[in-house]
Each structure stands twice: as structure tokens, then as C-alpha cells.
Design a protein around this ligand. Structure first.
Ligand SMILES: *Cc1c(COP(=O)(O)O)cnc(C)c1O
Length: 416
């Protein structure tokens, strides 16, 4: 149990504040995609909306209108036919993924009782798909990515059968930043569907890319609802949607996909409400913050932010490539640099001590093994809107200096 007697608010505040001092600084979290900075006007709107529960739709009519407007606007951004589209604000892409899968599964169940449904994805897909599929009793057929360059199209198609709900295609995978070739996948699946009279669709996981590719020239220009087999798309508002952690979006092509079985109407408080998400209560503040961003940045503002992020990612990538200590891995399609220590085997540098040393300079850098069949431990630096040129230059210096320091220490140690 917690403390029997309370303390004053001031004391509690000081104590909590002191404890939180041990946390890393989110600005220095290099591996994270989530937003750490919004204009002060957004902060004020968020603070003012903290008391509002998104589910109380009749009480907060304006907020409900904002929510519905955003679903429509995001649908249009993703070229949903006739600008209809159904969807909802969620806590993040994971809840969005869960809802998308739930919708697909319940739709399929209507005409398919006995069989276990499956989804097909590549090993670069996010963990949330395994989680959602496990929760919902859907089989996951995972195709290993052989290397970071090629999408294993043939093997993906081989895994598809009449019980496949959809293939999950990632637009900007978390660990490498790659985009699955959705356009080609759509074409191949159309052929497969036609041949076997199947109805296999595609779900696009655009957690990262959803707010990037509408605003920039993309390597794969066609990846959204313009392709006929795309059934649903998820996006993280708190990544390049530029809102603080706590908001995602799921958008469906049509109401059949947004299956009626998971929209619950209920008579509640001031009238009939509809709930289509996992959670009932959810803070309205981030929906409001997303609306603020759309108004404030506009399409051109988002374009500018994304352009700047790519420019900085290129700068960083070139600096890392020019250094004798690092090697850039793969060619990320999003503003991120994945790299590894070149000298790790020859000189005994390892990622763990490298990252620990960087941490002493406040930078938090994750290292992990790639999802492809490559035995490589890599690190990633995500360029977010908050990364300034000054900090970026300092970062490139620190990366280099930490290597030099570790190598010098090692040489001294070896000499003893
Ligand atoms: C971040 C991410 C998710 C999970 O999204 P949350 O918003 O963190 O719940 C899913 N898929 C991809 C590709 C991601 O990068």
C-alpha cells in the first residue's frame, strides 16, 4: 500500500519532481518517434482540455465535431473514395491496429465460421500486429526479410490463402524505415484474388509514414486508398502528426470494413452515443491538439517540417558515412539514420559501451538487432521536428568523440 498519511501538495510536487529528475530528457531520446515539442498555444489548449472526456460526445459537441472533422480530413488526405471513410481517434497506432484487425475479422466471420483467419506480414512489421492477432485469435504468417533491400514478394504471396484477411504493409518500418511496395503488392494480390476468387485485402501500417508521405515525394507514390485493395490504414498522430504521445488514427475505406459489430450505441448521460474504440474514456486534449496542428501548420507547414527533417537526416547520414567509425545500414525512406559501429569486431568497440558513453552526454541511443536475416546490431537516430541544426552538429561531434574516447581508453588498457 502507499503512504498512510498524505503530505501537502507542495511537498508531494517537490518529491515527484525530484524523482522525475532521474528520467532521461525526451529531447535527447534519439530513437523515439514521438513528439516532444508543440507551440505554447497548443500546450495551453491541451491543459484546458485535460478535463474533457472524448466519450461524452453529447456534452462536448464541439469536440465531437472536431473529432469527426479530423477523421474526414485524414481520410481525404489518404484519398478515401468520395471523401467518406470511417474511423476514429485512438490512443495510438496499436489500438488502431487492434480495431482494424477486429473489423476485418468480424466481417470475415459472417461468411466463414470454422476456419481460423490469418494475416500475412514481413518480419519488419511492428510488434503490435503480433499482439493484436494474439488477442483476437488470428494466425500471423510472418515472412522473414532476407535483406534490407528486397521485399520478399514471392514468399508473401505464397503465404496467402482464402483465409487471409489481409497482408499488412508497412509504410516506414520502425527499425529500418523501409516502405513495403504497396503498389506492387496490390497488383499481385489482385491477380491472386482473381485467379482463386478470393477477397484478400491490404492494411497499411502508416504509423510513421502516414503523416510523412502525403507531404513529400515518396519512393512509392501510390500506397493509400487510391489502390483498390487497401481496406484500412493506421497512423500515429503522436509521431509525424506532431502531437504529444497519446493519439493515433484508424481509417477504413467503407462502413463494411468498419464493421457494425464493434460500434456500440448506448444511451448514456445526455443521449445516444456511439463508441467504436477499445477504450470508453479517453482524454480529448490530443484530438484538440491534432486539430490545432492542422489549422496552424496547414499542408504547407507539414511539408516544410518533413522537408527539414529529411534534410537533417541526410546531413547526419553523410556525417556518419564520412566517419571512420560508422557504417550506415540500409537506405531509410523516412527521416532516420540506421547505422552500426564499423570497428566493433576489429577494435573491440561495442554498441553497449558506446551507447552508455553517449548517455553520459545526455543522448539516449537505442541499439537492437535487425529484423532481417542479418546478424547486425544497429542503432537508429530519428530526426524529429524538435532537432535543431545546433543540436544536430553537437550530436555528430559527440558520436565521433565518444568513439575516440573509448578507443583511447582501450589502447591504454591494452598497453598496461
Ligand atoms: C510506432 C509504431 C506502431 C505502434 O504505434 P503506437 O502509436 O506506438 O501504438 C505500429 N507500427 C509502426 C510501424 C510503428 O512505428
Amino acid at each position: 500500500m502507499f503512504n498512510q498519511k498524505g503530505i501537502s501538495a507542495v511537498k508531494a510536487f517537490d518529491q515527484v519532481k525530484k524523482l522525475l529528475g532521474k528520467d532521461g530528457d525526451p529531447y535527447f531520446d534519439l530513437g523515439s518517434y514521438t513528439t516532444v515539442e508543440m507551440p505554447k498555444e497548443a500546450d495551453e489548449l491541451i491543459k484546458g482540455a485535460l478535463k474533457k472526456n472524448l466519450i461524452n460526445k453529447n456534452e462536448f459537441e464541439a469536440t465531437t465535431l472536431i473529432h469527426d472533422y479530423l477523421v474526414k480530413a485524414i481520410g481525404e488526405m489518404l484519398h478515401v473514395p468520395e471523401g467518406i471513410g470511417y474511423g476514429a481517434a485512438t490512443v495510438g497506432s496499436s489500438e488502431a491496429a487492434f480495431l482494424a484487425l477486429l473489423g476485418a475479422r468480424s466481417k470475415k466471420k459472417a461468411f466463414q465460421k470454422r476456419d481460423v483467419a490469418n494475416i500475412v506480414l514481413c518480419s519488419n512489421a511492428h510488434m503490435c500486429w503480433h499482439k493484436a492477432a494474439d488477442f483476437l485469435g488470428v494466425e500471423v504468417r510472418e515472412v522473414r526479410l532476407e535483406n534490407v533491400e528486397a521485399y520478399p514478394m514471392e514468399e508473401v504471396l505464397r503465404q496467402v490463402d482464402e483465409h487471409t484477411l489481409w497482408v499488412v504493409a508497412t509504410q516506414g518500418c520502425t527499425n529500418l524505415g523501409l516502405c513495403d511496395p504497396v503498389y506492387l503488392l496490390n497488383r499481385s494480390l489482385e491477380q491472386l484474388n482473381e485467379k482463386h476468387h478470393w477477397d484478400v485485402g491490404i492494411h497499411v501500417d502508416a504509423a510513421i509514414g502516414g503523416f510523412i508521405f502525403p507531404f513529400t515525394e515518396s519512393v512509392h507514390p501510390l500506397w493509400d486508398f487510391r489502390l483498390p485493395l487497401i481496406r484500412s490504414i493506421n497512423l500515429s498522430g503522436h509521431k509525424y502528426g506532431l502531437v504529444y504521445p497519446g493519439i493515433g488514427w484508424v481509417i477504413f475505406r467503407d462502413k463494411r470494413c468498419f464493421d457494425e459489430s464493434f460500434i456500440r450505441s448506448y444511451d448514456y448521460l445526455l443521449g445516444i452515443s456511439e463508441s467504436s474504440t477499445v477504450n470508453f474514456s479517453q482524454n480529448a486534449c490530443f484530438v484538440i491538439a491534432q486539430y490545432f496542428n492542422f489549422l496552424h501548420h496547414g499542408v504547407e507547414g507539414y511539408q516544410k517540417v518533413i522537408r527539414e527533417c529529411f534534410k537533417k537526416a541526410r546531413f547526419l547520414s553523410e556525417a556518419i558515412n564520412a566517419s571512420p567509425y560508422f557504417d550506415v545500414v540500409g537506405k531509410s525512406d523516412i527521416p532516420m539514420v540506421v547505422f552500426r559501429l564499423m570497428t566493433s569486431s576489429d577494435l573491440g568497440l561495442n554498441e553497449k559501451s558506446f551507447c552508455e558513453e553517449l548517455r553520459k552526454r545526455s543522448w539516449m541511443l537505442p541499439h537492437y538487432v535487425l529484423p532481417a536475416k542479418i546478424d547486425k546490431r544497429v542503432m537508429r537516430i530519428v530526426i524529429r521536428k524538435d532537432m535543431t541544426w545546433d543540436r544536430l552538429r553537437k550530436l555528430t561531434e559527440d558520436l565521433e568523440q565518444v568513439c575516440i574516447k573509448l578507443l583511447t581508453e582501450k589502447t591504454c588498457f591494452d598497453d598496461q
